[in-house]
Design a protein around this ligand. Structure first.
Ligand SMILES: [Zn+2]
Length: 106
């Protein structure tokens, strides 16, 4: 089960990859699936980068936790500056979960 790293373009496995985004205290943007060392959110403060491991995000418990994290952001009044980016990564992760459900050994 692999993804394509948004930064380097090479394959990234769920063991080595992360889902990261920029949280500047008011808004969310720049959702990326990358190798952990390729997060490359260069246009923001390092402490504004948030990430979770793909192994976590592609498990059902982790995926639900991710939904909760997003709900908490909206509850705090955050704006989402990257609607399509969030939908894109959630869709990629959802496809991964679906494939795992069809073939649990992979
Ligand atoms: Zn990479």
């Amino acid at each position: 089960m692999t993804f394509i790293c948004d930064t380097c373009g090479n394959e990234v496995t769920i063991e080595e990859g992360t889902l990261s985004w920029v949280d500047d205290g008011n808004s969310l943007r720049d959702f990326k699936i990358t190798h952990k060392d390729d997060q490359d959110h260069h246009d923001c403060e390092p402490n504004h980068v948030v990430y979770i491991h793909l192994r976590m995000a592609t498990g059902l418990v982790g995926y639900m936790k991710l939904s909760e994290i997003m709900a908490d952001y909206w509850g705090k009044g955050y704006t989402l500056d990257d609607v399509n980016g969030l939908k894109r990564v959630l869709n990629l992760i959802g496809v991964c979960i679906w494939k795992k459900s069809k073939n649990p050994a992979s």
